[in-house]
Design a protein around this ligand. Structure first.
Ligand code: PLP
Length: 418
C-alpha cells in the first residue's frame, strides 16, 4: 500500500493564535526549577495561598453526596441564584435574575463566550492597553480586530474617553474594561468608569467588564459596572473565584448579561464544554453562601498582598525604576528602560536577561501590548518576592525612556503578543 502523507496544516481560525505568554513564562520557570535552577517565579498570575478550608470541606461533602454528574449547561440553579443575589446587592436596582447568569469553566470561558457571541468579521473592539493578553486573542478568534488603546503614563496607563475617541472608527463594536487591571494593578474610579460607559453607550458599543480582581483592591473599593450602569443594555459583567478565593484550579467563572445573550452564550457553551465542573460549582456555592467566612478569607489574603506590595514597591522605586502605582490585583508593572534604541521589545530583552542571568521569571510587557515594560507578580511567598525584586533592582535598568510616550493608539502586530 502506498503511504499517504499527512500534512498538518491548520485553518485560518488559528493562523494568528499565540500561546498565552503568562502561562508560557510559568511553564518555563517550572521546567528550569525541575532542572535544578533556583528560579524565583514572579510570573504567575495566581494567589500562592490555598483555597479556604470551608470551601474545600463543602467540596468533600458534595462529592460524598454524589455531585459527579452533568448539570444544566448554564450551571446549577442555586449557584446562579447566589451569583444573581450578590450582583443584585451590588447593583442596588431591579433584582438580577438567575436566568441572566451563565456559569462557565473559568472567567476565561465566560469572556470567550461573550467575545465570540458579540463580535465577528469586520468588527473592531477597543482594548485599553496594557491589557490582559487573552483579550487580544479571544477577539481575534472571533475574527474581529482588537484595537489597543494606550493610556498615558501619568494616569497609570488607564484609558480615557479622549483615548477611546482617538481609536474609534465606524467599525467599533465593543470595549473591554478590566479594573483592577492586569497587568498594571490600576483601578478606575467610579467617575472614570461612568465617563467610559457614557461614551460607549452613546455609540451603542458593547461593554465587557472583567471584574475578576475587584475583591483585591488596596486603597479604595474597586467599583463594579453593576453599580455604575442602571441596566444590562449592551453590558456583560464577568467575574470568577480564581483570584478572590484562591480557586484557580477549580475553573469557575460566570457572566451576567441580558436573558437573551445568556441564552446565546449557553448555546455556544453547550457545544464546547457543556457545564462547568460539577464539584467546583458546589464548592463555589459554599464560597458565596457564607459571606462572613468569605470576607475573612479574602480579607486575610488581601492584607498579605498589600504587605508585599508595600515592601516591594519602594525597593524598585528607590533603585530609580518607573513602576505604575498598583491600587489592586497583585502585579507591579515596571518600565524596562532601553539598553539600545534599536531594541523594539526592551521588556522581552529584560525578561530574558532576568531569567537567564538572575533566575527571576517575569512576564514581558509585549504579552499585554506594551513591549517596553515587564510584569512582576507579587503573589509569591514574601521572601521570594523581595529577593526577586532586589535582583530586578540590581540589573541596572536604564530609565532612558527613548520614544515611549505611553500615548496614542497604535496597531498591535499579533507577533508582538508572543
Ligand atoms: C484579567 C483576567 N481575566 C480573566 C482571567 C481568567 O480567569 P480564570 O482563571 O477564572 O479563567 C485572568 C487570569 O489570569 C485574568 O488575569
Amino acid at each position: 500500500m502506498p503511504s499517504t502523507s499527512v500534512t498538518h496544516t491548520t485553518s485560518a481560525n488559528v493562523a494568528d493564535l499565540r500561546e498565552s505568554a503568562t502561562i508560557a513564562v510559568s511553564t518555563r520557570a517550572k521546567e528550569l526549577r525541575a532542572a535544578g535552577r533556583p528560579v524565583i517565579d514572579l510570573g504567575a498570575g495566581e494567589p500562592d495561598c490555598g483555597t479556604p478550608s470551608f470551601v474545600v470541606d463543602a467540596a468533600h461533602r458534595a462529592l460524598d453526596a454524589g455531585a459527579t454528574r452533568y448539570t444544566p449547561v448554564e450551571g446549577i440553579l442555586p449557584l446562579r441564584a447566589a451569583i444573581a443575589a450578590r450582583a443584585s446587592h451590588i447593583h442596588g436596582g431591579p433584582a438580577i435574575d438567575a436566568a441572566q447568569v451563565v456559569v462557565s469553566t473559568g472567567t476565561k470561558q465566560a469572556l470567550f463566550n461573550a467575545c465570540f457571541s458579540l463580535f465577528g468579521p469586520g468588527d473592531e473592539v477597543l482594548v485599553p492597553t496594557p491589557g490582559w493578553t487573552s483579550y487580544f486573542q479571544m477577539i481575534s478568534l472571533a475574527r474581529a480586530t482588537p484595537v489597543p488603546v494606550h493610556g498615558a503614563r501619568e494616569r497609570q496607563l488607564k484609558a480615557t474617553v479622549e483615548d477611546l475617541r482617538g481609536a474609534a472608527t465606524s467599525r467599533t463594536r465593543g470595549l473591554i474594561i478590566n479594573s483592577p487591571c492586569n497587568p498594571t494593578g490600576a483601578v478606575y474610579s467610579r467617575a472614570e468608569l461612568a465617563d467610559l460607559v457614557a461614551f460607549a453607550r452613546g455609540r451603542d458599543w458593547w461593554i465587557i467588564s472583567d471584574e475578576i480582581y475587584r475583591a483585591i483592591a488596596y486603597d479604595a473599593e474597586a467599583c463594579s459596572l453593576l453599580s455604575v450602569c442602571d441596566d444590562f443594555d449592551r453590558l456583560v459583567v464577568v467575574d470568577g473565584v480564581a483570584k478572590s478565593f484562591a480557586m484557580t484550579g477549580w475553573r469557575i467563572g460566570w457572566s451576567i448579561s441580558t436573558r437573551e445573550l445568556a441564552r446565546t452564550m449557553t448555546a455556544l457553551q453547550s457545544h464546547s464544554t457543556s457545564n462547568a465542573p460539577t464539584l467546583s460549582q458546589h464548592a463555589v456555592l459554599a464560597a458565596l453562601g457564607d459571606a462572613s467566612a468569605a470576607a475573612r478569607a479574602t480579607g486575610a489574603m488581601v492584607a498579605e498582598l498589600r504587605r508585599r506590595r508595600d515592601q516591594a514597591l519602594p525597593l524598585l522605586r528607590d533603585a530609580g525604576l518607573d513602576v505604575v502605582e498598583p491600587s489592586g490585583a497583585f502585579y507591579l508593572f515596571v518600565h524596562a528602560g532601553r539598553a539600545s534604541s534599536a531594541d523594539p521589545q526592551p521588556g522581552t530583552t529584560l525578561a530574558t536577561r532576568l531569567l537567564e542571568e538572575s533566575n527571576v521569571a517575569v512576564v514581558p510587557g509585549a504579552a499585554f501590548g506594551s513591549p517596553e515594560w515587564i510584569r512582576v507578580s507579587y503573589a509569591a511567598p514574601v521572601e521570594q518576592v523581595l529577593e526577586g525584586v532586589r535582583r530586578i533592582a540590581a540589573t541596572g535598568i536604564s530609565q532612558d525612556r527613548g520614544t515611549d510616550s505611553g500615548g496614542g493608539p497604535q496597531p498591535l502586530p499579533m507577533s508582538a503578543m508572543r
